[in-house]
Design a protein around this ligand. Structure first.
Ligand code: F1P
Length: 305
């Protein structure tokens, strides 16, 4: 019997399509073009906030910051603050919403509308069908991003090279069906690289491997990789790039002997679908190490302080 995490992550293509179908241009709970927006969350939700913030700004729909809830800059002015929280119970997110109440309009994207976030936020967007039993998030996070991507699509052109969610979901079917890249199950370490909106995905990929498999990962913007982090690249270690690969970096990595994975480099797989392959790898590595991905060490479904 496969783990709950494995079962839930495999539903992502269908759940993304459902989430994207919820997007409506006039949905006033979601950021409108021209608004100055901050997107906030913790852990995985913070990384999805980063991905969306970069996409929204690149799509020309308005300045968008992303913060970990504990690091919000209260002196800044926003037209709206959007929080992302699967559980709706994360302490730092609720504290932020409480502090902003009556000052800045707030929206909350959550899987569970029966939690305190319902009262804490001015507006609620519910993806209950994407909720998970697993502690380690996969499909809620990516479905939240799918909905936000689809909402951007409705308001104008996507940034160059960014596909519609429909294409991402098709790619995710492939990501679930195809064999994982060779050599990773025996790797000692993986560094994930991203550019622009895929930086959030690279951060999330690294977190997923640490959470589910207690595996050593690091994550960097691709152009930053030469500025030090490449020093640990070596045979038996890997570098996984989300989105495009900066000129010349492939040759530099090849010289270190590290394995390079670049399947979402243009015109490859959608980077969000590529993240699904990391989800699969995290589960496979946990199992190979005798760990139960449904019972990650020292983690709870939500951090309530
Ligand atoms: C956020 C979160 C998860 C993390 C861990 C603790 O939860 O930080 O991303 O993996 O399990 O909670 P939420 O606010 O999205 O419910």
């Amino acid at each position: 019997m496969s783990s709950l995490t494995a079962q839930e992550l495999a539903t992502q293509p269908a759940v993304w399509r459902r989430a994207a179908a919820l997007a409506e241009p006039s949905d006033t709970a979601l950021p409108q073009p021209g608004e100055r927006v901050a997107v906030v969350g913790c852990g995985t939700s913070w990384f999805m906030a980063q991905a969306y913030a970069a996409l929204r700004e690149a799509a020309g729909q308005g300045e968008t910051d992303a913060f970990a809830a504990s690091e919000f800059r209260y002196a800044r002015q926003y037209d709206r603050v959007l929080t992302i929280s699967r559980s709706g119970t994360t302490t730092e997110v609720l504290a932020l919403l409480d502090r902003l109440s009556g000052r800045i309009p707030t929206s909350a994207l959550t899987a569970d509308p029966t939690t305190p976030i319902k009262q804490a936020a001015d507006r609620l967007v519910v993806l209950d069908f994407a909720d998970e039993q697993s502690v380690v998030q996969t499909r809620f996070a990516t479905s939240a991003l799918a909905l936000l991507r689809a909402h951007l699509e409705l308001h104008g052109e996507l940034p160059t090279g960014v596909h519609p969610v429909a294409r991402a979901a098709d790619d995710a079917e492939r990501a679930i069906a195809e064999p994982l890249p060779e050599g990773l199950l025996t790797a000692e370490q993986i560094s994930f690289l991203g550019t622009d909106w895929t930086n959030g995905l690279a951060l999330e990929a690294g977190l997923k491997m640490r959470e589910a498999a207690r595996f050593w990962t690091e994550s960097y913007p691709a152009m930053e990789y030469r500025h030090g982090p490449i020093a640990i690249a070596a045979p038996g270690r890997a570098v996984w790039v989300f989105g495009g690969l900066p000129d010349g970096l492939d040759a530099q990595i090849a010289r270190t002997g590290a394995l390079l994975v670049t399947d979402s480099a243009a015109p490859g797989m959608d980077p969000m679908a590529d993240l699904v392959r990391v989800h699969r790898l995290a589960v496979a590595l946990a199992e190979a190490r005798g760990l139960d991905p449904d019972r990650p060490q020292a983690l709870t479904r939500s951090v309530m302080l």
